[in-house]
Write a protein that binds this ligand. Structure first.
Ligand code: PMP
Length: 428
C-alpha cells in the first residue's frame, strides 16, 4: 500500500486546519504516522485517496451500524435535499422521528434534537441542574461525554489519547462542580455522595463504557447507581451516544433493564449526519424552553436532512427484528477468531465485548475501569494498529476506543480480519 496522496493532502490540511484535522483522534497522534484521507465508502469498506480499500471497524465512530452509503439513508437525504435544506421552522419529520424514538426507547416521553453528542450531554446536565436546583455532577474517570467544559475532567477518548484529560481553558470554577468517581466502583460514588450531601444534581455515565476501550458494567453497578440516585434525589443520566440504537432498539436501559432519568443520544440516531438528542419523562422535559425555564436552542437543530437520515436509519432498525442478533453473532465470531489468533502467537491480551462493541486491550489483567485500561501496552497497540492497516483493516487509531461492528460485514470480511490478526500477531 502507498499513501502518497493522503500524505500530500495532510500536509496541505496542516497549513489551514490545526493538526490537519477537525477532531483530534483522526490525526494518528497516538499511533504515529500520517492520517489516511478517505474519499468514499460503501457497505463495510473505506476507499482512501490513493485507492486503497479497507474493511472498516470505526464506522464513523459508530453511526454506520448498517454500513456506509446505506441506500435508504442516502435516498432519504437526496429526496429531502431537493425540497430545501433548512427552514428554521418546525417540520413534520421532526415529530415523526421523535415519535419513533420514543416508541423504541423505554422510560422516555419526550425528546429534543440537537446537532451532536456533546450538545446532548451538555444540555442534559443543564436540564438536570435546572430540574433539581443543585450544581454538582458526578462523572466517571475515563468516560467521555463530549468536549463541553464540565466533562473535560479525566475524560476518555481523544482527551486521554493525547495525554490531556484535563484541558486548559476549563476554569477552576467549572472543574470544581464535576466530581470524579471510578467506573464499576459503587463505593467511590457513595463516598462522593456522603461528602457532598444535597449538592449533586446528576450522575452521568456511559452505561457501557466505550471511550476507554469497551468496558461493560460489572455486577450490579448500574442497578446500584439507580438505587443511589433514587435515594439521594439525584437524576441518573445515561449517555447512550454510543450504545443507543446499537446494543438493542432501546439501548442499555432495555438490554440490562435499568431505568435512567435522562438519556442522551448521538451517532446511530443521525444515520451519519450531525444529530444528537436527549430525552426523559415528560415532567423533566417540560422544564425546557419554551415551556420551561431551562434554556436550550439550535439554529440547525432538527434539520430536515439530518432528520431524514435519522428517520430512515431508525425505521430500518425498528423493522428488522433480527438485526441485533446478527450483530451479536458477527461480533462473537470475530471475538473468538481474534482470541484464537492472539493466543496462538502468545500475545498478552484481554478482549472486552458486549453486543456489537468490542475492543482488544494488550493487558493481562481484566479491564474494568480507567486505571486498568491505561495499563495496556501501548507499544503493542501501535504495532498492531499499523500491522492491521497494512493488511487492509482499519481500526481506531487509539487503544482507548471501541471497535464498532456493522451489519454490512460478511463472514468473509470477518475471516479476512481474523487472518490479518493472525499475520500481525505473529510479528508482535
Ligand atoms: N458521549 C459519548 C459516549 C461519546 O462516545 C461521544 C463521542 N464519541 C460523545 C458523547 C460526544 O459526541 P459528539 O462527538 O457527537 O459530540
Amino acid at each position: 500500500m502507498q499513501y502518497k496522496r493522503s500524505s500530500a493532502l495532510f500536509a496541505q490540511a496542516e497549513k489551514v486546519i490545526p493538526g490537519g484535522v477537525n477532531s483530534p483522534v483522526r490525526a494518528f497522534g497516538a499511533v504515529g504516522g500520517s492520517p489516511i484521507f478517505i474519499k468514499k465508502a460503501h457497505g463495510p469498506y473505506l476507499i482512501d485517496a490513493d485507492d486503497n480499500t479497507y474493511i472498516d471497524y470505526i464506522n464513523s465512530w459508530g453511526p454506520m451500524i448498517l454500513g456506509h452509503a446505506y441506500p435508504p439513508v442516502v435516498d432519504a437525504v437526496i429526496e429531502k435535499t431537493k425540497l430545501g435544506t433548512s427552514f428554521g421552522t418546525p417540520t413534520e419529520i421532526e415529530t415523526k422521528i421523535a415519535e419513533l424514538a420514543v416508541s423504541m426507547v423505554p422510560n422516555i416521553d419526550k425528546i429534543r434534537f440537537v446537532n451532536s453528542g456533546t450538545e446532548a450531554c451538555m444540555s442534559a446536565v443543564r436540564l438536570a441542574r435546572g430540574f433539581t436546583g443543585k450544581d454538582k455532577i458526578i462523572k466517571f474517570a475515563g468516560c467521555y461525554h463530549g468536549h463541553s467544559d464540565s466533562f473535560l475532567i479525566q475524560a476518555g477518548s481523544g482527551a486521554v489519547t493525547f495525554g490531556a484529560p484535563n484541558s486548559p481553558g476549563v476554569t477552576q470554577g467549572t472543574a470544581k462542580d464535576t466530581l470524579l468517581a471510578t467506573y464499576n466502583d459503587l463505593e467511590s460514588v457513595r463516598t462522593l455522595l456522603n461528602a457532598n450531601k444535597d449538592e449533586i444534581a446528576c450522575i452521568i455515565v456511559e452505561p457501557v463504557a466505550g471511550n476507554m476501550g469497551c468496558i461493560p458494567p460489572k455486577g450490579n453497578f448500574l442497578e446500584g447507581l439507580r438505587a443511589l440516585c433514587t435515594e439521594h434525589n439525584i437524576l441518573l443520566i445515561f449517555d447512550e451516544v454510543m450504545t443507543g440504537f446499537r446494543l438493542t432498539k432501546g439501548g442499555v436501559q432495555q438490554l440490562l433493564g435499568v431505568a435512567a432519568d435522562i438519556v442522551c443520544f448521538g451517532k446511530v440516531i443521525g444515520g451519519g449526519l450531525p444529530v444528537g438528542a436527549f430525552a426523559a419523562r415528560e415532567e423533566i422535559m417540560n422544564y425546557l424552553a419554551p415551556i420551561g425555564p431551562v434554556y436550550q436552542a439550535g439554529t440547525l437543530s432538527g434539520n430536515p436532512l439530518a432528520m431524514a437520515a435519522g428517520l430512515a436509519m431508525l425505521e430500518a432498525l425498528n423493522a428488522d427484528n433480527a438485526v441485533y442478533n446478527r450483530l451479536e453473532e458477527k461480533t462473537a465470531y470475530l471475538h473468538k477468531g481474534m482470541a484464537m489468533a492472539l493466543e496462538k502467537h502468545r500475545v498478552v491480551h484481554t478482549i472486552n465485548r458486549i453486543g456489537s462493541m468490542i475492543s482488544v486491550h494488550f493487558s493481562k489483567t481484566p479491564v474494568v475501569d480507567f486505571k486498568s485500561a491505561a495499563e495496556g501496552n501501548n507499544d503493542t497497540f501501535k504495532a498492531f494498529f499499523h500491522g492491521m492497516l497494512k493488511e487492509g483493516i482499519y481500526i481506531a487509531p487509539s487503544a482507548f476506543e471501541t471497535w464498532f461492528i456493522t451489519d454490512a460485514l460478511s463472514y468473509e470480511d470477518l475471516d479476512k480480519t481474523i487472518e490479518a490478526v493472525n499475520v500481525v500477531a505473529a510479528s508482535l
